[in-house]
Design a protein around this ligand. Sequence first.
Ligand SMILES: Cc1ncc(COP(=O)(O)O)c(C=O)c1O
Length: 449
Amino acid sequence: MKEILTDAATRAICYLENLETRSVAPSGAAVAGLNVFDAPLPEAACSPAETLRLLDEAGSPATMAMAGSRFFGFVIGGSLPAALAANWLAGAWDQNSALYRATPGTAFIEQIALRWLLDVLRLPPDCGGAFVTGATVANFCALAAARHAVLKNTGWQVEADGLFGAPPITVIVGAEAHPSVIKSLGLLGLGRNRVVKIPVDAQGRMRADALPPISGPTIVCTQAGNVNTGAFDPIAEICRHAHAAGAWVHVDGAFGLWAAAAPTRAYLVEGVAFADSWATDAHKWLNVPYDCGLAFIRDAQALPAAMAITSEYLPTASEFRNPADFTPELSRRARGVEVWAALHSLGRAGLADLIERNCAHARRFAEKLSAAGGEILNEVVLNQVLVAFGDAEKTKRTIDALQADGTCWAGITVWQGRTAMRISISSWATTTTDVDRSIAAIVRAAAAA
Ligand SMILES: Cc1ncc(COP(=O)(O)O)c(C=O)c1O
């Protein structure tokens, strides 16, 4: 073990050090080189060192440099040093962190991480929580708890009796809800299409004045941080309207919820804590390795009511929290370890600094690209910048040229009819120098497009 793990660590360190100088996107030759993996299953065993060598030599160059400081696609955080190291250590522990009595160490660390998360995200301290694979599954878990609660209020046990014959649930979403919310509704039998869609404003915020009168079992899905603009729905106002009629309010805050940790951005989450459930990601703005999403539920019993199982062979009785009582999975990796390590190593001040820095970088991108002739399409309130360079075709050519150049990587979107480059800054590693190098590359790409 020692030799192969030392070899892996050496190779991983070398990979991370090279990110500074290599192209952010993998070269065509590196991607073509993946063909070496397209071989028959070996009949005989191979040495671990040889297996690792092949993986590193052919696999590493074909990766996108998402762990580096100039990847601005989607919403992608890097891995903080302590979080990556904790991930390696927890990998060595190899705990199936489902039940406290079987894995007390990782279950307990997860419980502490949950308490710290609720603190930094300014959510009610008694919430229940689930550590899952990402915000998609976190949305699914939170909406499963919502489905349980709104039907329980009518006397219907959805986990036992299913949805056939159940009182219908009205689901209200903003027209700009993330597709993962819509997918979760489909998975829960609530339907992707049978939602009531509320119009949004120019930033993608749900218009609270357009909410219909609410009655009967109802779930309202709101958003803290639109994936294109970073804008927040007026959640306090929506909560007032929905709660007056006994509805459940869910917040998809995959990255936006982290604004709570940054003093100058905290105004964005005002009223978010009035909701009933929240979904977010740790692999986005907390910068832990993939995969790690988080669901929080005000009524701590609603999530286990939807998720927990018992069996004679499973040691479920425990005075401490069983992680798997809150998640769709039974067997699961110990995600709480990296979350704990990230929060422990950053501290409250370090986390605030990470969020503030990324938001300042977003403003710098917007100011300098605007000065260079780009058109900024959103109000840059968080870490998302939408910029157009003339018409759709020219913007597309600019994005293609930028991705081929390799200095940085940003993707494409269409925002309310306008084709734009999406710049999303979420990595602890991004510096002002990275931002300026990237701005220069974007300006070059736009000039050549
Ligand atoms: C607002 C929002 N919700 C949900 C998701 C889905 O998150 P994940 O890919 O971690 O499942 C994203 C991803 O970017 C997002 O921005």
